[in-house]
Write a protein that binds this ligand. Structure first.
Ligand SMILES: [Zn+2]
Length: 266
């Protein structure tokens, strides 16, 4: 089955029913059903994009209520396009959920063995969800081209292993992100992925020093290289830039909102 659109009471979101059966709540929001005004309309979940904070908090409540979760039981960090991954413990519960500030952890990956909800924000970047159901560990990563180039996938898998998780048992889901249909990069970025893409269809020349790049595909390649079984990877079949009815896209819209990726052990 893989990723499915779930029609909730107030909003629709994407989820993976098989993960729910394994005791892991996983969700990716859509842009509808919130209270934010244009250009954030309407379910913008990020506080860092200059939207009205009260609207964002209301949107977060709408999204989390649908998932049966409180703001105080979750964490959101300050995403910086790096490859740092933190372990989330009880003391970090509630951080970043009602305000942003300099004291937020600056990182793009979170891992926990506790039932704390991990929340990340996306408008084209690749959302990567991880769970080892046997070890009871979940993780969430945010990978744009920089995080992908710095191989955040390897960092988060190392962190999962350091907490007792196993690569063999680890399931990975890739949420909606910008597809190669809409993601064009210049020479400088293309060079970073030339080795990965060699002999594959992950990168293609589209014009003079312009290339289409399959960022999700590069991450999948890295996951498999780290030992993740290909059959354990679920990829959402959506391009965020093509589907403006469903998602925010930084590439298409510039100033816009962020959809949310959420994962929590039940
Ligand atoms: Zn597209």
């Amino acid at each position: 089955m893989g990723w499915q659109i779930y029609r909730g009471k107030k909003i629709d979101y994407l989820t993976i029913p098989e993960w729910l059966d394994l005791g892991v709540k996983v969700a990716f929001s859509t842009r509808s059903g919130g209270v934010s005004k244009s250009p954030y309309s309407s379910l913008n979940l990020a506080l860092h994009v200059a939207d009205n904070p009260e609207d964002v908090l209301q949107n977060r409540k709408i999204f989390l209520e649908e998932l049966g979760c409180l703001l105080s039981d979750c964490i959101a960090v300050s995403q910086v396009h790096g490859n740092k991954v933190i372990e989330v413990d009880e003391r970090k519960k509630g951080i970043g959920m009602t305000e942003v500030g300099p004291d937020l952890p600056q990182c793009d990956g979170m891992v926990t063995g506790l039932n704390i909800g991990l929340l990340g924000f996306y408008a084209d970047c690749v959302p990567l969800y991880f769970c080892d159901p046997q070890a009871g560990i979940v993780g969430l990563a945010h990978a744009g081209w920089k995080g992908t180039a710095h191989n955040i996938v390897r960092e988060i898998l190392h962190k999962i292993q350091s907490l007792g998780g196993s690569i063999q048992n680890c399931l990975v889901a890739i949420g909606p992100c910008i597809g190669p249909c809409c993601y064009e990069v210049g020479e400088e970025v293309a060079t970073l992925f030339a080795d990965d893409a060699a002999g594959t269809s992950l990168m293609a020349e589209t014009g003079f020093e312009r290339y289409s790049l399959d960022l999700a595909g590069i991450n999948i390649l890295r996951l498999i290289r780290e030992g993740i079984r290909p059959e354990n990877i679920e990829t959402a079949p959506f391009c965020t830039a093509c589907r403006k009815d469903l998602f925010f896209s930084y590439r298409r819209e510039g100033l816009t909102g962020r959809t949310g990726a959420f994962i929590q052990k039940k």
